[in-house]
Design a protein around this ligand. Structure first.
Ligand SMILES: NC(=O)c1ccc[n+]([C@@H]2O[C@H](COP(=O)([O-])OP(=O)(O)OC[C@H]3O[C@@H](n4cnc5c(N)ncnc54)[C@H](OP(=O)(O)O)[C@@H]3O)[C@@H](O)[C@H]2O)c1
Length: 249
């Protein structure tokens, strides 16, 4: 039972999405009590996910990561219903909009600001809101989902690549700042088979053929890396775990 998460509380922000839901299932399967968040778009899906998780006491609660006040309300709700200590925070919320890299005019200020508000500021704001509860656990862990686009510069837009690089660098800074009570990790997937980006027909097969391990990732591949951060990788902090089948090599 060395890898059991029995008695631990995990919060998956963006838990209604493909990678978030897979992470929630795996964390609950290891024994954790799990809270998943949803937006107005996904309240039903999140509630049904929480009901379907193994174990007891799981919850679905609302949060918009672009609205820091809603993250503080989430923190108050988690504290009221689950107590003072949070062991694992997974940052799995995100969005993107494809913009060809050479089309500089299409990457306008509004899209850049939204990209940073949801995909970088939102992750930081969630960490800021929950750091005291993670600290109170005495053994906290933060795992943020970044992307290999932050390392390769190849991705749905230049701004998306920049926010994902920003997640990896924030992970290093926070790992120093929050040690020793809280470890901070990021998981960087390549292409994952979720509904994240409306990808053109044939894209996944073409990517799989160009990937050394000859397939794209499943959401479970990424969730397994999140779970490993909570169970096996106990002496790692400030590191990025790449889950891309060798795509970035
Ligand atoms: N799929 C890939 O190929 C891939 C590759 C590398 C990295 N990633 C990263 O993995 C993470 C999860 O993506 P996914 O593939 O699981 O996509 P997904 O299925 O579209 O899930 C995205 C999640 O983010 C939530 N979300 C979006 N905007 C939000 C907001 N303002 N506040 C709170 N939650 C919000 C969504 O909630 P709603 O459903 O309610 O909108 C959904 O739960 C993202 O950070 C993404 O950048 C994905």
């Amino acid at each position: 039972m060395a890898h059991s998460l029995e008695g631990r509380l995990a919060l998956v922000v963006g838990g209604s999405g493909g990678i978030g839901a897979a992470s929630a299932r795996l964390l609950a399967g290891a024994g954790a009590r799990v809270v998943v968040t949803h937006t107005d778009r996904s309240a039903e899906a999140a509630a049904s996910l929480a009901r379907s998780l193994p174990g007891a006491g799981h919850l679905a609660l609302p949060a918009d990561v672009a609205d820091s006040a809603s993250l503080l309300a989430l923190r108050d709700a988690v504290r009221a219903q689950c107590g003072e200590a949070l062991h694992v925070l997974v940052n799995a919320a995100g969005f993107t909009k494809p913009v060809p890299h050479a089309d500089l005019d299409a990457l306008d200020d509004a899209l850049i600001d939204r990209m940073f508000a949801v995909n970088w500021r939102g992750q930081f704001a969630a960490i800021r809101a929950f750091a005291p509860m993670l600290k109170a656990s005495g053994n906290g862990l933060i795992v943020s989902i970044s992307s290999i686009s932050g390392q390769t510069g190849i991705g749905s837009s230049i701004a998306y690549c920049a926010v994902k690089a920003g997640i990896d660098v924030m992970t290093k800074s926070l790992a120093r700042a929050l040690a020793p009570e809280i470890r901070v990790m990021s998981v960087a997937p390549g292409v994952v088979d979720t509904g994240f980006v409306g990808r053109p027909a044939g894209f996944n097969a073409k990517t799989a053929a160009a990937t050394p391990l000859r397939r794209i990732a499943t959401a479970e591949d990424v969730g397994e890396a999140v779970l490993a951060c909570a169970t096996s990788l106990r002496f790692s902090t400030g590191a990025t775990v790449v889950v891309d089948g060798g795509r970035s090599l």
